[in-house]
Write a protein that binds this ligand. Structure first.
Ligand SMILES: NC(=O)c1ccc[n+]([C@@H]2O[C@H](COP(=O)([O-])OP(=O)(O)OC[C@H]3O[C@@H](n4cnc5c(N)ncnc54)[C@H](O)[C@@H]3O)[C@@H](O)[C@H]2O)c1
Length: 331
């Protein structure tokens, strides 16, 4: 069995490879081929913690896997991270465990790739200006993914924490240079309004409960990837934006209707009809259209799904074997 650290996961696959894998996973999900049971939570009240077990099976990849994510907010008192994550992969043909890998970077990689797929099908072909709202862990792979599928020339970023935004801008400037082999300006904006004013693509990856962008400041033809909100009360994207969007696209309709306040709140107010929401997997497979003209506003909402961990985890495992990464352990 191969043990892979976060650094091994990072070295194993490129963002473009992850985007292609996620595109097929979405098709597999929306055509009901994949098996993605509900996640199983185990509460540990004695230590104010919770561990979530998220399994999945991808028949196309003959891969079974489970991601285990623990959230222990009290850990910070002892200098430990709040979140720990591990992905265990099994060979789908034999059931044999083949790999265990650090799950934090894998999550960021597959979540970035999810927005990469949506941007590929929904952003304008000539989109070149990106706004990133929220500059934490996810925002890094989000920007790498968007820049992997569009010829980005300019990036404006905003975070309520200006130090986080400044650090992000300087780090991402270097990473984009390495990825694209050209200079892309990454600039901190004074407000989220200023960041999005000229954007062709917007990424929101915040922990905010309240909207971080307003429909009134969006440019025609913009595409938005909404990554942050994950409870019915959290509304990272305001109602005006959702109503302006000609296409509202989800990773999983079932999941966003259960978890994403961005959509649940306008639905509960009677402003948005659930049956107008389409799944990205149906766009990838050609059953539904992607962007149809340069003026329409499009909104992709993702809350994440274990199938992406399984499909990208399987790819990471295969590439790591090819590249001789990780540490082999006989069980
Ligand atoms: N969709 C998915 O599959 C998926 C996967 C992983 C994480 N997430 C979610 O994405 C969000 C971001 O995750 P992360 O790991 O990057 O978190 P993080 O804590 O590393 O970063 C969040 C950033 O958002 C900033 N922020 C908070 N409120 C803001 C506001 N009003 N305006 C601007 N910036 C604001 C914070 O200062 C911070 O820098 C979380 O809600 C997380 O649960 C979604």
């Amino acid at each position: 069995m191969l043990i892979l650290s976060a650094a091994d996961v990072y070295k194993s696959v490129t963002m473009l490879e992850a985007i292609d894998a996620v595109a097929t996973a979405y098709q597999e999900y929306s055509s009901h081929e994949a098996v993605v049971p509900l996640r199983v939570p185990i509460n540990v009240p004695e230590h104010k913690g919770i561990s979530l077990f998220m399994p999945g099976y991808s028949p196309r990849n003959e891969a079974v896997g489970v991601k285990i994510v623990s959230v222990y907010p009290e850990n910070v008192k002892n200098g430990l991270p709040t979140i720990h994550a591990l992905v265990v992969m099994l060979d789908g043909t034999t059931g044999k465990p083949v790999a265990a890998m650090e799950g934090g970077h894998l999550t960021a990689l597959r979540t970035g790739a999810a927005s990469g797929v949506a941007t590929r099908y929904l952003a304008r072909a000539d989109a070149n200006t990106v706004a990133v709202i929220g500059t934490g862990v996810q925002a890094r792979t989000q920007l790498l993914a968007v820049c992997s599928v569009r010829n980005v020339k300019q990036v404006l970023v905003y975070d309520v924490n200006p130090e986080m935004a400044a650090l992000y801008a300087s780090e991402m400037q270097v990473q984009l240079n390495n990825l694209l082999g050209k200079e892309v300006a990454v600039t901190v904006a004074v407000s989220s309004r200023a960041a999005v004013a000229d954007a062709d693509i917007i990424v929101t990856a915040t922990t905010s409960q309240k909207p971080v962008i307003s429909g009134s400041c969006l440019k025609k033809g913009v595409h938005i990837n909404g990554v942050g909100s994950f409870t019915p009360q959290m509304q990272e994207i305001d109602e005006d934006t959702v109503l302006l969007a000609r296409k509202v696209v989800a990773d999983s309709k079932e999941a966003v209707l259960a978890e994403a306040g961005d959509l649940i709140i306008p639905i509960n107010k009677g402003l948005l009809k659930p049956d107008t929401i389409v799944e990205i997997g149906d766009i990838v497979s050609g059953k539904k259209p992607g962007r149809e003209n340069d003026d329409e506003i499009t909104f992709f909402k993702t809350v994440g799904m274990a199938l992406l961990d399984v499909v990208v985890g399987n790819l990471v495992y295969r590439k790591a074997v090819e590249k001789g990464l990780g540490c082999n352990v006989s069980l």
